[in-house]
Design a binder for this molecule. Structure first.
Ligand code: SF4
Length: 684
């Protein structure tokens, strides 16, 4: 039984695996030392290099410790909290009076806890706008969209634990768990493969997951749909599908058959750059297994056809009856430690807490009854739509823990637009690249200085706990939001800490309704948990799907080229992904001496044939260009990448990959196409 006697039990601040760890406070405020939490529910004491180094950012010398007010030219002066908050409230009121509340956007953060994201989206809605979004828009918006439409819930259908115990085949597409979800890979997938499970990897890049894969289908970037259509057509042709499951639990099989009529598998395999026989062998292994699970990552979601990419994975699972049982499902590996929770609590423009639709009158009224004010009935703008509308429909922006200058595509254009804002507030623990453009910067507390809940990739709501005292003149995000809300509206934001906020969240969020801080305890609870006493669900859809008619939706999809394809000027395809030792925009990880030592700067992988054509040798510095900008970084000449493709990482501000990426969006999920841009590389 865990106690707080020998260290405080909390959750790693980095990825969505949600590993538990223990921290011991030191002599000085901010000093914390790491202890293993051997019976932590997800990781049983194991941590990757990032989790192990996570205490290094807590008392880092770069921490913001005082509120700052900018002069508009990049210079800042220290301000009192009262001065900073008065300016924020005055400016939010002025913007609403001048342009209406819809002229301001609110960016929530997956680095921040459920209670804080809940308060930010409530603040936006009380202000009068649904323009509230979070970084899911950049990573799994298309996955969430498709899973909600076709199965019912925008989340992992199964759990890491049931997959390890029951999974026979793991189909991993567009994800690299050995690098990006390290403990999920080492504790669950690798364990299962050692026990005889088969790992099929579909990815343009040979990477750390490839070392454990039985089959690696190394496809061209942006050809996931034709590859999966070969799989589906093979299963249909060879009658490997589950006829009973299709008849009883799905709709749309006819549409899939019609879509695949006349589909040329040879031609599709050639487009993918993968031998047809290899794809078909993988299809048979998946279809013939008793239990087979799909894992999906940003290689699938970050495309203009992201919704259709994920739909084809749903098609595969439904066609073969691989849903609603342990060891099966369609399982997105979520990015940040609270990206699932940030969506669950309604920090999105189209849904309220618990995924209640904003434009559903009954659902909206159920929340209005608790909150005591009217919610705008139309969905708001997404992150990228807010950024694109700056200077036009958007004049104000409130950013909590996000860093769009690093994270959004076409980053130089994002910088230009931030200069056009009339008012920008950034609330963070460090002076981020985005905060440099702010009118007010508020110093927030870090993950080790406050408590609350976060929800990991398999829907497990877990508690983070305060370990050490607050440095300088920082404040908790929750306190800042309560103060802004109270100054703006007078009531509705008077909470006595995170548990008090969670109690209100439970009231409006049906899938969290049965949880309390006490019942979450040290084990956590996997939603849905509708009533107190419910233990939560390890896997979803045992009897029925959460769609209107209870059926899973099969829908045939066809290949679409990325919006930007190689040409004479930009003959290469640029794709990006994360490293094990760094995290997203690098705000925390690049400040960790351990992580920085492992990989101190950005690099680009290039195939030997492409390097030779350009006179580039391994470790040369090169210029990587796209239509939107250029960066200088080291070349790694490697056969891990296919000829014609280059690969880099998004973590480093001095060689910012998103300077190059394309801001074109999936039309339904509004996720940018990070994973395919036309590019060129040349020696410096
Ligand atoms: Fe933290 Fe993720 Fe590493 Fe676990 S796998 S220690 S949650 S970064």
């Amino acid at each position: 039984m865990a106690t707080e006697d020998d260290g405080v039990h909390t959750i790693c601040p980095y990825c969505g695996v949600g590993c538990g760890l223990k921290l011991k406070p030191g002599e000085e405020d901010g000093d914390v030392s790491l202890q293993p939490w051997f019976d932590a529910p997800v990781n049983e004491g194991a941590l990757c290099i990032k989790g192990g180094a996570s205490p290094q950012v807590v008392n880092h010398e770069d921490r913001l410790t005082e509120p700052l007010i900018g002069d508009g030219d990049g210079e800042f002066r220290t301000a009192t909290w009262d001065e900073a908050l008065t300016l924020i409230v005055d400016e939010l009121e002025r913007l609403a009076e001048t342009y209406g509340p819809g002229a301001t956007g609110f960016f929530a953060s997956s680095k921040v806890m459920n209670e804080e994201n809940y308060l930010l989206q409530k603040l936006a809605r009380r202000y009068g706008t649904n323009n509230v979004d979070n970084c899911t828009r950049m990573c799994h918006a298309s996955t969430v969209y498709t899973l909600r439409q076709s199965l019912g819930a925008g989340a992992m259908t199964n759990s890491m634990a049931d997959l390890e115990e029951h999974g026979e085949v793991f189909w991993v597409q567009g994800a690299n768990p050995a690098e990006q979800h390290v403990i999920a890979h080492s504790n669950y997938f690798r364990e299962a493969t050692r026990d005889g499970a088969t790992l099929i990897q579909v990815d343009p890049h040979a990477n750390k997951t490839t070392r454990d894969a039985d089959i690696h289908l190394q496809l061209e970037p942006g050809t996931d749909i034709p590859l999966l259509n070969v799989v589906l057509k093979t299963i249909i042709n060879e009658e490997l599908y589950d006829e009973t499951f299709i008849e009883e639990r799905t709709t749309g099989f006819d549409h899939l058959e019609a879509t695949l009529e006349g589909f040329d598998m040879e031609e599709a395999a050639e487009r993918c750059g993968v031998p047809l026989a290899d794809i078909q062998e993988a299809a048979r292994i998946y279809a013939e297994a008793d239990n087979a699970a799909i894992f999906t990552g940003m290689g699938m979601s970050q495309h203009t056809c992201g919704v259709d990419n994920v739909q084809n994975e749903v098609n595969l699972a439904l066609l073969t009856g691989n849903l609603g049982r342990p060891g099966t499902g369609v399982n997105p590996l979520r990015g940040q430690n609270n990206v699932q929770g940030t969506c669950d609590v309604g920090a999105m423009p189209n849904v309220l807490p618990g995924y209640l639709e904003v434009d559903d009158d009954e659902a909206r009224e159920s929340v209005e009854e608790v909150w005591g004010f009217d919610i705008p009935p139309e969905p708001g703008l997404t992150n990228v739509e807010v950024s694109n509308a700056i200077g036009d429909a958007i004049h104000g922006l409130y950013v909590m823990g996000e860093n769009p200058v690093m994270s959004e595509p076409d980053a130089l254009e994002v910088e230009n637009r931030l200069n056009d804002l009339e008012f920008l507030v950034v609330q963070d623990i460090f002076m981020t690249e985005t905060a440099e453009f702010a009118d007010v910067v508020l110093p927030a507390t870090s993950w080790a200085e406050r408590g609350g809940t976060v929800t990991n990739t398999d829907r497990r709501v877990q508690r983070m706990r305060k370990v050490t005292d607050v440095p300088g003149n920082t404040r908790h995000d929750l306190e800042i939001l309560c103060e802004v809300g109270t100054r703006l509206f007078g009531d509705g934001f008077d909470f006595d800490g995170p548990e008090d906020v969670f109690e209100e969240l439970r009231d409006v969020c049906p899938i969290y309704h049965g949880m309390t801080y006490e019942s979450i305890g040290y084990e956590g609870i996997q939603w849905p948990c509708y009533e107190e006493g419910d233990e939560g669900d390890q896997y979803l859809y045992q009897e029925t799907f959460d769609t209107d008619d209870g059926l899973g939706v099969i829908r045939g999809v066809r290949h679409q080229d990325p919006k930007e394809v190689p040409d004479d000027e930009f003959p290469l395809v640029l794709t990006t992904a994360r490293l094990e030792e760094h995290y997203n925009t690098g705000t925390m990880s690049t400040r960790s001496p351990t992580l920085r030592r492992k990989t101190p700067e950005n690099f680009v992988d290039i195939h030997p044939a492409d390097a030779e054509k350009r006179g580039i040798e391994d470790e040369d510095y090169v210029t990587l260009r796209s239509r939107r900008g250029e960066i200088v970084l080291e070349a790694h000449v490697t056969e891990d990448i296919k000829e014609g493709v280059v690969w880099t990482t998004p973590h480093f501000s001095d060689a910012r990959a998103n300077t190059l990426t394309n801001d074109v969006l999936d039309p339904l999920a509004k996720i940018p196409e990070y994973k395919a841009a036309a590019a060129e590389v040349e020696p410096v």
